[in-house]
Design a protein around this ligand. Structure first.
Ligand SMILES: [Zn+2]
Length: 195
């Protein structure tokens, strides 16, 4: 048994589901929490992937308001579109009402847009992003960090190219290709010559 499990006394605080336009049932997720004087512990059980993960967050002060901390945690995960298939939907909670869940979701989406705008602003002059744009790959912020971007793959396949504006490198797991702007330019030119 996991040592963390025996030490913690997790309390359930939210079950949410995901609604998706494709109508597929993805399965709900249960969230549990515990905390001590310095740390908030979150346990997440994802019934879709049958996956259990544990997270830890340092707390700022000892007289912590755990409800505020849980809200911050939820707003942050709601602000990353890759955490959900479609939209998170309230199922049940002993702590939050559906109305407060919906309010957090609204704030999460505002934060998502702020992060998107920040990524656009910070990378307006990035050469790799500008090059991807110029050859029609439609680069966009990926959402998890302002330096993580994605674009249509140059291969023309139905998958995405990952771009980091921190290392100024791109990569495609499907095509097993990666490199800097010069290697992308080379790939583009070699494709052009074939056509
Ligand atoms: Zn590819």
């Amino acid at each position: 048994m996991n040592e963390l499990d025996t030490e913690r006394e997790y309390k359930h605080f939210l079950r949410y589901d995901q609604s998706c336009f494709d109508g597929i049932e993805y399965g709900f997720t249960d969230l549990f929490f515990d905390f001590n004087q310095t740390t908030m512990f979150i346990k997440e059980f994802d019934h879709r992937n049958k996956e259990e993960i544990e997270l830890q967050f340092p707390l700022k002060s000892e007289d912590v308001n755990i409800i505020v901390e849980l809200k911050d945690f939820l707003i942050t995960i709601m602000s990353d579109r890759y955490n959900f298939v479609g939209t998170p939907v309230f199922v049940q909670s002993r702590i939050f009402t559906k109305a407060s869940f919906d309010e957090m979701l609204k704030q999460g989406i505002i934060l998502m847009h702020e992060k998107y705008d920040l990524a656009i602003k910070q990378n307006a002059e990035n050469e790799l992003i500008k090059y991807c744009k110029s050859i029609g790959l439609n680069p966009e912020p990926e959402g998890s960090s302002p330096t993580n971007w994605e674009a249509n793959c140059l291969s023309g396949g139905q998958h995405r190219l990952m771009i980091s504006t921190k290392s100024n490198e791109w990569g495609c797991g499907y095509c097993k290709r990666k490199g800097d702007i010069n290697l992308l330019r080379e790939w583009y030119e070699s494709k052009k010559n074939v056509v």
